[in-house]
Design a protein around this ligand. Structure first.
Ligand SMILES: Cc1cc2nc3c(=O)[nH]c(=O)nc-3n(C[C@H](O)[C@H](O)[C@H](O)COP(=O)(O)OP(=O)(O)OC[C@H]3O[C@@H](n4cnc5c(N)ncnc54)[C@H](O)[C@@H]3O)c2cc1C
Length: 609
């Protein structure tokens, strides 16, 4: 494989420096480097992904956790979730979280992006960029909506062949009032129904944002195992400009690198705010507490942290070979599964073990709940802020036992078999924060999600669990094969009241790994907005953020497709900006640049004053 690692010579300068080689960052860097006259440096804290097999074998995802390939972030205790602390994993390697995620391409609805209310980011426009990213490979059995997919992008994806349990769950969805719309997760047009989800998998391998970086020319340099400490700001007042970055190399050496045009921060929703904060951009009090000189007082940096919570509900089934447990947990099965992937690019490890999916509106189910009825709402919206065209929740099944590492009650795959239905909460009301632990770039951020701090979140998620249990225990496809809860000592399959599910939610709700919002875009009159509509950091020239931190609200879906769209759009905005600026105000740029560069020493290295 062409790893495309470029040795970066001392004293080099680049037109653009992209900080973070994850999902959005890889897209931005690769798209900018399509112009051979533009030099781009992509800096990634983790290793090159080609060195990490579990980022390419989709079934190996959780083996990245607790290793150097994970940021190993653990949230602060959430009072609403019984003070539990949750592992909030993020990919720390080239490709970032796209190399460890569940491969699901669930875009949300167009209304989700219209609700951002930011010029240039309507649902039509964001969906257009998702299509640009996509290279969809259909399968004979799949009823695709041709117009919804892209076929020329750099992200290969395909529909997933269902295991028998997933066909049965799909049948249960339909019998419980969720009609089949096969390609609904790409059209984004149905808030209530079930269907198939395309996966970022092709020919047995996971496809990631790092694929964008293959076959690029020598004008794209990549530095892995290098931490971006901060953005170096030159000039003052209205001439404050991103002049380069301060990095920490693998051997601990600190260096300054110069950016001739722009710096783009793409560290993800947990790390982008910390890069800004260390650079002196953020709430003044927090910066002062860490001895950081406040260059731009932007109180919104690190605020507005959102995530989607999910609940795994496990069931035991009697019939063999309906789930994929026998392909993984029977003696010697795992070894054979690995051989199949390694030698033949097939088998249970070649894809992610999620099956059938559904969206649901809960209007009818919640209409007699006092909290739901008394909660404030805007006209045409429910108390979560959603229009009737947006789903409240999502369901999907696992095709075997498993999940994040806390789930260790493995069936044997011979006499015992298990799967789960997962319920996901959309449009959560709870908000959290990302703050600095210290000014040391090697320290992880302090992540406080404040999960389930809003009672409406508990209400909707517990109703979602009740509905999920009805689907499995009463649905046509599954009612006769489900024996009860898994592990067999549990009794949650007998819960009939929503209230029964409240303690279950508080004990079990966990992250869907969708953090966003911590450097949000916004309008001029929003004091908490960090970015303008073109992803530019307020008060600094030549500095943008591009990753899921920019999302003012989460989508009703999963966050990798918006992350790709944000990367694609960021690159277009940057290219457009320089085309326009070169024509109209080249003189101004030169003047600003000279001011910003007044701190460069004779070796072309920036000196921080
Ligand atoms: C386990 C898991 C499962 C998921 N499942 C799905 C799914 O099935 N479908 C879906 O749509 N979404 C899923 N997601 C979410 C989705 O993958 C993310 O929302 C998306 O990839 C985030 O992209 P990003 O560019 O914002 O951040 P990332 O992709 O996380 O990129 C950030 C990059 O910046 C690097 N970085 C950070 N700080 C620094 C620094 N100081 N210096 C240098 N580099 C730095 C990181 O190492 C990383 O490579 C999942 C995520 C995870 C973790």
């Amino acid at each position: 494989m062409n790893t495309n690692i470029t040795i970066e010579p001392e004293g080099s300068q680049y037109d653009y420096i992209v900080c973070g080689g994850g999902t959005s960052g890889s897209v931005v860097a690769a798209r900018l480097a399509e112009d051979p006259n533009t030099s781009v440096l992509l800096i990634e804290a983790g290793q090159h992904n080609s060195l990490l097999e579990n980022t390419i074998m989709a079934g190996g995802w959780s083996q990245n956790f607790d290793t150097e390939a994970d940021w190993n972030i653990v949230t602060e205790p959430s009072p609403g979730a019984n003070m539990r602390q949750i592992k909030a994993s993020r990919g720390r390697f080239l490709g970032g979280s796209s190399g460890v995620n569940g491969t699901l391409c669930i875009r949300g609805t167009k209304q989700d992006y219209d609700d951002w209310n930011i010029p240039g980011w309507s649902g039509e426009e964001v969906f257009g960029y998702m299509k640009k990213a996509e290279n969809f490979h259909t399968k004979k059995w799949f009823q695709q909506d041709e117009a919804s997919h892209g076929y020329n992008g750099l992200l290969d994806n395909e529909p997933h062949d269902l295991a028998p349990i997933s066909d049965l769950v799909m049948e249960s969805f339909q019998s419980q009032g969720l009609p089949l719309h096969p390609d609904m997760f790409s059209t984004g047009e149905s808030p209530h129904g079930c269907g198939h989800v395309p996966r970022t998998v092709y020919k047995g391998d996971r496809t990631t944002a790092a694929n964008y970086l293959l076959s690029k020319g020598p004008n794209l340099s990549i530095k892995t195992e290098t931490i971006v400490d901060k953005v170096i700001l030159g000039g003052e007042g209205s001439n404050l400009r991103a002049a380069g970055v301060k990095i920490l190399e693998k051997d601990g050496r600190a260096r300054d690198l110069k950016a001739n045009k722009e710096v783009i921060v793409s560290g993800g929703a947990y790390c982008s705010p910390t890069i800004l904060l260390r650079s002196g951009i953020g709430g003044k009090a927090q910066l002062t507490a860490h001895g950081i000189d406040c260059k731009v007082d932007l109180p919104g940096v690190g605020k507005n942290l959102m995530d989607h919570l999910i609940v795994f509900i496990f069931y035991s089934i009697t019939k063999p070979n309906i789930t994929n447990d026998h392909l993984l947990y029977k003696p010697n099965a795992l070894g054979e599964a690995y051989r199949q992937w390694k030698e033949e690019k097939r088998g249970p490890l070649s894809t992610f073990p999620f099956g059938a999916f559904a969206y649901a509106r809960l209007d009818e189910r919640l209409k007699s709940e006092p909290l739901w009825n008394s909660a404030p709402r805007k006209e045409g919206r429910d108390p979560m802020g959603l229009a009737p065209s947006q789903p409240n929740i999502e369901f999907w099944n696992t095709e075997c036992y498993g999940g994040p590492k806390q789930y260790t009650d493995y069936p044997d795959g011979e006499k015992s078999h298990a799967f789960s239905l997962i319920a996901e909460l959309f449009a959560p009301k709870s908000r959290g924060t990302v703050t600095l632990k210290s000014a040391d770039p090697k320290d992880n951020p302090v992540v406080n999600h404040n999960y389930l701090s809003n009672e409406l979140d508990v209400l909707v998620l517990s109703e979602a669990c009740k509905f999920a249990n009805e689907i499995i225990t009463m649905g046509k496809g599954t009612k006769d094969i489900v024996e009860g809860s898994w592990p067999k000592t549990s009794t949650h399959h007998k819960h009939t009241m929503r209230e029964d599910w409240v303690p279950y939610v508080k004990d079990n709700a966990t992250t869907c790994y969708h953090p966003g919002g911590t450097c949000k875009m916004g309008t001029n009159d929003d004091p908490m907005a960090v970015l303008d509509s073109e992803l530019r950091v307020r008060g600094v020239k030549g500095l943008r953020v591009a990753d899921t931190s920019v999302m003012p609200l989460l989508n009703q879906g999963h966050t990798q497709m918006p992350a790709y769209a944000i990367g694609e759009k960021a690159a277009d905005l940057i290219k457009g900006a320089f085309l326009q600026l070169n024509g109209e105000t080249a003189g101004d740029i030169k003047m600003d640049w000279n001011a910003a560069m007044s701190d460069v020493n004779a070796n072309g290295t920036l000196v921080l004053t």
